[in-house]
Design a protein around this ligand. Structure first.
Ligand code: CTP
Length: 403
């Protein structure tokens, strides 16, 4: 899933030949899951039709302060549009538009909206090479960047005039990539690697039977998705579940048993900044799993069980710089037991859910947690959706990961 998903993107098109490429740009934004609205300067309509862009963006294209074709002219509110936008992309940005943006000369709807916008503004210049080199244009580029706008640099190549030089608008794919990268770099977990365990483990009795539990894996997947949404690279080690991770930055490693989860967690632990162990790992496994299916002969069957590896405790022993977060599912003496686990397993945070709370724990879409840190500060949260609970946990991590 792209970081642009769900974002409101305002695309401002000024009058340059590169305007024809904005059809592809709108398409890419929409494909990434963004909602796009288009503003054109009056002369930009000479280069690409508003009909093309309104069809691709699914919204009317705005050019003027009033809707000229309507007898009962409607006022197009540049302030509202500026506030609606999560990001404003001006592409192509001609020398004229750059100069007006730099000086605040708001004689058209695009510039008025630019001056009203509070969101990040990206601009992709496009013009002939001598216009590009001109000190006035260079000054506009400098001024605009000093005002916090983000330049998507022009490229070198053949220009509409037939001349070769700087001034080609960046290709639509590259505009999208630049914006995605810029947004990612601004996220609180950008550059951080986080290991998450999720789901149940299945411990083989024979080739067709196992000991398992009712964990759906949902909490762990919500945690992985939230961390990825906030910029982290995630290694998600999961037991059997039907959930799928939403982001390319989540590497999902499916496992079946506690032993496999233990081994994969240890292989990856050195490289991560934090680990959140939400899996419901089986505490015991059959000591001698049968190699072929057990036939029902005797009236009763006794299975000898042995302890599985305690993954959380073993990572706690090994940990150096990592922030280690565990879960505690308790039914009595909840806080005291959670604190005992926090200390015994050398954790930085423990997330306590009590099975005595309605709506907490396995299966459902909600959870009710308390988070206790190693200094024994405790935060109690109300019943929330598992995705909100994931945000609460990740926020506590963010507070510590940069500290
Ligand atoms: N955990 C683990 N490996 C295990 C068992 C548990 O990594 N073999 C992790 C879980 O992912 C969770 C935490 O340990 O983060 C607590 O699990 P829980 O079952 O509540 O605690 P246990 O330590 O198993 O203790 P008990 O069952 O006795 O309460």
């Amino acid at each position: 899933m792209s970081i642009l998903r769900g974002k409101h993107i305002l695309l401002g098109i000024s009058a340059g030949i590169a305007a024809y490429k904005t059809a592809f740009l709108v398409r890419l934004f929409v494909k990434a899951g963004a909602e796009v609205r288009v503003i054109m300067t009056p002369s930009a309509k000479e280069f690409i039709t508003p009909l093309t862009l309104s069809t691709l963006s699914n919204h009317p294209v705005l050019t003027d302060f009033t809707d000229e074709e309507d007898d009962n002219a409607v006022w197009n509110n540049h302030v509202e549009l500026g506030l609606w936008a999560d990001l404003f992309v001006i592409a192509p940005a001609t020398a004229n538009t750059l100069s007006k943006m730099a000086s605040g000369n708001s004689d058209n709807f695009l510039i008025a909206t630019y001056l009203s916008a509070k969101c990040p503004v990206y601009f992709a210049p496009a013009m002939d090479l001598d216009m590009y080199k001109h000190p006035t244009t260079q000054k506009s580029l400098e001024t605009l960047q000093s005002h916090g706008n983000i330049l998507i640099p022009s490229t070198f190549g053949e220009l509409a005039s037939g001349l070769v030089g700087m001034g080609r608008m960046a290709e639509p794919e590259s505009i999208v990539e630049t914006i995605e990268q810029h947004l990612l770099e601004g996220l609180p977990l950008y550059g951080k690697k986080i290991l998450v365990t999720a789901g149940p483990t299945y411990e083989a009795i024979d080739p067709v039977r196992y000991i398992g539990n009712h964990s759906s894996g949902r909490m762990g997947f919500e945690i992985a998705n939230t961390a990825a949404q906030l910029g982290a690279e995630v290694i998600l080690i999961t037991g059997p579940t039907h959930y799928k991770a939403h982001y390319d930055s989540i590497q999902t490693i499916p496992i079946t048993s506690a032993r496999d989860m233990h081994d994969v967690a240890h292989q990856n632990f050195d490289a991560v900044d934090a680990a959140i162990l939400s899996a419901a790992v089986a505490d015991y496994r059959p000591k001698f799993p049968a190699l072929s299916k057990i036939k029902k002969k005797a009236a009763s069957l006794t299975l000898e069980l042995e302890k599985t590896e305690d993954i959380l405790a073993s990572l706690g022993e090994k940990k150096e710089k990592q922030i280690l977060i565990g879960f505690a599912l308790e039914t009595e003496n909840e806080v005291a037991n959670a604190i005992k686990k926090l200390k015994a397993k050398n954790l930085d945070l423990i997330v306590l859910n009590s099975l005595n709370d309605d709506g907490a724990g396995f299966g459902g879409s909600t959870n009710k947690i308390s988070i206790i840190d190693k200094d024994l500060n405790q935060k109690n949260y109300p019943l929330k959706s598992k995705s909100e609970v994931a945000s609460d946990i990740i926020n506590e991590l963010i507070n510590r990961i940069h500290a």
